[in-house]
Design a protein around this ligand. Structure first.
Ligand code: SAM
Length: 184
């Protein structure tokens, strides 16, 4: 069961600094390059956990197409309003931006093909609770694609494997493909 504790986002000012930083780095390293490495197919149901301004959620929504769906999940109201505005501007009807205040997303169990967790793990207070929720919503043949961002790779691997719920299937530079184990 995911934790019911109410979580607080970082301040709007800190969030804006982060987004401003992305606007600089994205000029040199386009997030689209990572999206091309994510094993996505038309029709997939995807969760972008800690979606921020939708640098990945929007390109993924174009890739999974109208038969697919992207849940863009964040604890920061500014992130959610940005994703909604961008999706509306592009007439992307397959994006559902979800504001959360706990690790319980409310997404149906075993319904998700791929969860993206990029540059977010270092901000998570209770990684175990988040990973249990991700395991709950992923299909048995689903995938967690993650980049631990500011967290060192060995620490991220220790956390993921320490849950006993996932195996690391592949390491690609700073990206990891993680697959769920069957429920014990
Ligand atoms: C550094 S940003 C990364 C944004 C996006 N993944 C990207 O790479 O462009 C981290 C995001 O995680 C969100 N976040 C932090 N803790 C969260 C939580 N417990 N639940 C959902 N989102 C969270 C923050 O609000 C922020 O938007």
């Amino acid at each position: 069961m995911a934790s019911e504790k109410r979580l607080e986002p970082e301040s709007a000012a800190l969030y804006r600094i982060n987004i401003w930083f992305y606007s600089l780095t994205d000029r040199f390293w386009n997030p689209q390059r990572r999206v091309e490495k994510i094993p996505l197919r038309a029709g997939m149901a995807v969760v972008d956990y800690g979606c921020g301004p939708g640098r990945y959620a929007l390109p993924m929504a174009r890739l999974v197409g109208p038969e697919g769906k992207v849940f863009a999940v964040d604890i920061q109201p500014l992130a959610i309003s940005t994703v909604r505005e961008k999706a509306a501007r592009e007439s992307l009807t397959n994006v559902e931006a979800m504001l959360v205040d706990s690790y319980a997303t409310g997404i149906q169990g075993s319904s998700i093909d791929l969860v993206l967790l990029v540059d977010t793990l270092h901000q998570i207070g209770d990684c175990g609770a988040l990973l249990r929720e991700i395991h709950r919503i992923l299909r048995r043949d689903g995938v967690l694609f993650m980049d631990p961002g500011h967290m060192k790779m060995p620490r991220a691997e220790e956390i993921v494997e320490g849950t006993g719920l996932f195996s690391i299937a592949e390491r690609r530079g700073h990206d990891m493909l993680v697959v769920p184990k069957a429920e014990l």
